[in-house]
Write a protein that binds this ligand. Structure first.
Ligand code: NAP
Length: 738
């Protein structure tokens, strides 16, 4: 029997799963497909780390590791819902909840005192941050706005704020001595092991890393960000923002780039508050308050210092006198400098574009802003969109073309795999990348506090990416642009490889070009305004950025994107939307039993998963399940049966019911697979007859708070009860299974 793996994750998508998975199981079984669950939730990941401390009943397999193995096999067909990429706070909260639930888990050791505690921390750290996607993404990425969604948006456009006629908003980025400008790139000749060594002027050496395995033909790059150049750039920008009354904020990716970007954030905080750090820097740094954990953390910790009050006043005064700061939450006084992970570039920049190039100020009003993106590798993309909007006005979703993405992602490609190869330089010298024969492949002269990093991009993923770009260009008929900059070390290498591997394919009649990111953005937005479509073929970081930027402009959100990962071994990984796990949605369930989570991403992914099964195993019924599901989804959108944000109106549960009903109706109406039509005809009728009753039963539970029996690990029984409150509907689903 064929198998689809449905991931059990966290928060809103997990709650939605309690209601939707029974539907998936019932429909899939009619095409002889089993739906299995793999628990990759934060709680599940934690539990799997400590089997020796838990009872047999509590123990759980390491489902993530197993799924990672499955992703490398041809039979993989995995539906991946968004999961928590745990911050330390989330991790500690989850540990606490599990401890209170009777799991004998150790506390997270903040400062491990011995080897045992270090080992415990290592285990916890392995489930922290972006621990899931890199394990499963054994392929490159194909993300696009499905036609049904695009059609719907053209009829019901999301709101976009006009750009002021005199908009002064801009992106500020470095023009030298940053990661982009210092990058050097090599292609490895033969399997090897590399080491990174910091050589001081006196000839002494410090090994930063050794034994790094690399494969034949792998691309290895190294680069650094000069701390001095960064500080000087940042101080200029603080002054510029003040002079021009622009909201100051930094747009980094402290979550994903978890080693480099918190350090960059620290520089930003210190540059903005340079007067305070000039005066009190020694004390602050001595107390570990260097800004890398944000202004909020500094302010909370000041009372531990003898002159904390005095320093607090200095911070307040600096903010009063300085450039206006962008706010994340002006009601609570949280600025964009408070928490390193509050402003995340891929989400924050499109939000700024949607808001007419503005951010929020202290008084909860929108205002022109200066977005600081220190490294210039990708900053030009946003500046180009800003310039285009300032010249031509806000984008009109009713007429926009689309910019889907084919992204190089497999095997932790490029910057997103660089965490274990990123170092803050302890003293001036030369960093050398050496091969096992001792030859120096790359070297950089660095100074104290510079951030040096190396990245790897394996050859097989590059070949697969080029192939995917050609096949998407062919299937869609759209022009495809590789966004690569010949002036960047890594990109220059990739341009050679792209040209080489394009020759392996039939590209006759296809429009495939290579442009630097700024020119590619110009071209793509110009075409988009004309209602024309253009595939962006990008590296890993722009994959992430573009699949938020363009969907947010086109559709108002990236959560409505279809996100397919054709696995290199032949399987399929279907990610459900690009949104996260929406903690605010769970809060609303706890308070008023209304789940506003939209499962559109799950519907789209499921259809692709059936399509994959159909093609792979010649499963004609799966093919019909896919096409009818797409039709049902389109109907759901047209009939306005998506979840509303407000209590007392249709929510996630109601939308699942309507989807099931429309899907059954479509199956009953089709003539391709008569067995399926016969099976679904009676149930479709019963659904229609009972629709009003079911609707009422689903609606009447709303209003009062719900008890899920746990946040990170809800009780299955309680959550299921909350998410499946209609006896009539549950009864019909039982009948469907027979
Ligand atoms: P988020 O979960 O990305 O959600 C932000 C907002 O986006 C939500 O509050 C909601 O807006 C809207 N949204 C996203 N998906 C939606 C959907 N399917 N239906 C309706 N609205 C949707 O917020 P976050 O706080 O940045 O991230 C939460 C957690 O998710 C973090 O742990 C993060 O690391 C993780 N994450 C995971 C993935 C992944 O696994 N692929 C991706 C991104 C983030 P309203 O509140 O206005 O309704």
């Amino acid at each position: 029997m064929a198998k689809i793996v449905w991931t059990r994750t966290d928060e809103a998508p997990l709650l939605a799963t309690y209601s939707f998975k029974p539907v998936v199981e019932a429909f899939a079984s009619t095409a002889n497909i089993d739906v299995e669950t793999a628990d990759i939730s934060l709680a599940g990941r934690i539990i799997a780390q400590f089997p020796e401390r838990l009872t047999d009943e509590q123990k759980m397999d390491d489902a993530l590791a197993q799924l990672g193995e499955l992703a490398k096999k041809p039979e993989a067909n995995i539906i991946k819902l968004p999961n928590i990429s745990a911050s330390l706070v989330q991790l500690k909260n989850a540990i606490k909840e599990l401890q209170e639930d009777g799991y004998d888990l150790p506390d997270y050791p903040d400062k491990p005192a011995n080897a045992e505690e270090e080992e415990i921390r290592d285990r916890y750290d392995s489930v922290k941050g972006s621990a899931v996607n890199p394990v499963l993404r054994e392929g490159n990425s194909d993300r696009r706005a499905p036609q049904a969604v695009k059609n719907f948006t053209k009829k019901h456009p999301h709101s976009m704020q006009d750009w002021p006629a005199d908009s002064k908003s801009a992106v500020a980025t470095m023009d030298d001595n940053d990661f982009a400008h210092n990058e050097k790139s090599v292609i490895i000749d033969g399997d090897d092991e590399l080491s990174f060594v910091l050589k001081a002027a006196d000839g002494s050496e410090k090994v930063l890393k050794e034994g790094l395995k690399v494969e034949d033909r792998e691309v290895v790059d190294a680069t650094f960000m000069s701390a001095k150049a960064l500080d000087s750039f940042l101080r200029d920008q603080v002054a510029y923002a003040k002079e021009n009354n622009l909201l100051f904020s930094a747009h980094l990716k402290a979550t994903m780039m978890k080693v480099s970007d918190p350090i960059l954030f620290g520089h930003v905080v210190r540059a903005y508050f340079h007067d305070v750090f000039d005066k009190y820097g020694d004390e602050l740094i001595e107390a570990g308050l260097n800004g890398e954990n944000g202004l909020g953390h500094i302010l909370e910790s000041l009372d531990k210092l003898d002159n904390g009050n005095e320093i607090k006043k200095a911070f307040d005064k600096a903010q009063e006198d300085g450039a206006p700061l962008a706010y994340v939450n002006s009601h609570k006084g949280i600025t964009a400098l408070h928490v390193p992970s509050d402003v995340i570039v891929d989400a924050s920049m499109p939000a700024m574009m949607k808001t007419g190039g503005q951010m929020w100020n202290k008084n909860d009003e929108t205002q022109d802003a200066l977005a600081i993106i220190p490294d210039s590798s990708y900053a030009g993309v946003y500046q180009t969109v800003i310039e285009d909007s300032q010249k031509n006005g806000q984008y009109d979703p009713t007429t926009l073309g689309t910019v889907p993405n084919v992204g190089l992602m497999a095997k932790k490609a490029e910057e997103y795999g660089s965490h274990d190869k990123t170092f803050k330089i302890s003293s001036a010298g030369t960093v050398e990348v050496r091969n096992s024969a001792g030859e120096v492949l790359i070297s950089h002269d660095v100074e104290e506090n510079d951030i040096w990093r190396a990245t790897q991009t394996k050859d097989e993923p590059i070949q697969d990416w080029v192939k995917l770009a050609v096949s998407r260009a062919r299937t869609s008929g759209m022009p495809a642009i590789f966004w690569l900059d010949e002036n960047r070390g890594h990109d220059a290498t990739l341009i050679k490889l792209v040209n080489k591997y394009l020759a392996d394919h039939d590209t006759e009649g296809l429009d495939i070009t290579i442009m630097d990111p700024v020119s590619a953005t110009k071209k793509s937005v110009e075409r988009m305004r004309n209602g024309e479509d253009t595939i962006s073929v990008t590296g890993n970081v722009l994959r992430d950025y573009n699949t938020d930027l363009f969907p947010i402009l086109e559709l108002g959100t990236s959560a409505k994107m279809l996100s397919v990962v054709p696995l290199m071994a032949g399987g399929g990984l279907f990610e459900t939307g690009a949104g996260g796990s929406a903690p605010k949605h769970v809060q609303q369930v706890l308070e008023e039993n209304h789940l506003r989570w939209d499962s559109l991403g799950e519907f789209l992914a499921l259809a692709e998963s059936f399509r994959h099964e159909a093609a792979k195993n010649d499963n004609a019924k799966a093919k019909v399940l896919a096409s009818t599901l797409d039709k049902a989804t389109e109907k759901l959108l047209d009939e306005g049966k998506s979840p509303s944000r407000k209590v007392g109106e249709i929510d996630n549960r109601g939308s699942h019911f309507y989807l099931a009903m429309y899907w059954a109706q479509e199956l009953a109406a089709q003539s391709e697979e008569s067995e399926l039509a016969e099976h679904f005809a009676p149930i479709a009728e019963k659904f229609s007859e009972a629709a009003d009753k079911i609707d009422a039963e689903l609606m009447e539970v709303q209003g009062e708070g719900a008890d899920l029996g746990g946040y990170y690990q809800p009780s299955d029984e309680q959550a299921s009860k909350v998410m499946r409150p209609s006896a009539t509907y549950n009864q019909l689903m039982e009948e469907l299974k027979k």
